[in-house]
Write a protein that binds this ligand. Sequence first.
Ligand code: BTN
Length: 275
Amino acid sequence: MAELTVNRPLEPIWKQLQEGGGINGRQVLIYKCLNSTNTTALNLAAAGAPTGMVVAADSQSAGRGRLGRKWQSPPGLGLYFSIITRPRLDLKDLTKITLAAGLALRTAILAASALETELKWPNDILWQGKKMAGILTECGAQSTKGRAAIIGIGLNINSEPDDFPMETGRRMVSMRTAANRFYDRGLMLTAVVEAMEREVKRLENGDFAAILRDWRRWDASRGKRLTWLRADGMPVCGISLGPDENGVLRIKDTAGLIHQVISGDLRLMDKEKRH
Ligand code: BTN
């Protein structure tokens, strides 16, 4: 692990949020360490926590990624947070929420840093083919306030290449490495939450078509060769046709068959894309 010097003392806006400042009237809970902000947010949502509440942690001891993977969450380096939403959508629309969240993340990163990122279906934010952020959307249990969708975000902010685990490090990148400067995690948290608010509103207004139109502009895999590892472990090689009008990814395999992908692992094959 690289030495942590520049992030101490805490970034000013992160500190302000820690001291109880919310974001646009939303309650923001900042913990020093949680197992997983998604788990805490799911529990709070089940107990009736208000829509829009944000749960963030300086570090996570059991941060979760998609497909049962771990999300390494050391203190001071990244942004680990979850937003409680109740977007009046069906369970089957979780992918739509993830795509909307990805677009919001891209917008916030661009506004803060001028970094142009790409989106890899369903939940990755890539910079020059490496992963800068990931999203884990999970569905809560039914509560008196309805069913919640928890949007969990992990954004690599101030890490150096050596801060990532050996196995995945080559494929990860932080804003700091990409832009060669440090970022205040509180500032990024505020920017992402505000951008997310706009996208969730579009979703609630039934305007997923507009989200999809914007999302497709930054699609990292459309027209590219990729391998999809199905849930049963079978690989399917083909070309990405991008998400359809419901957010479901379509892949045309080498025999010309079109597959509809709702989950599973995707690997871009083109040399220039390393993820
Ligand atoms: C992925 O790329 O597989 C998704 C990573 C999501 C990580 C974030 S960190 C905050 C929130 N809490 C978690 O346990 N996971 C998400």
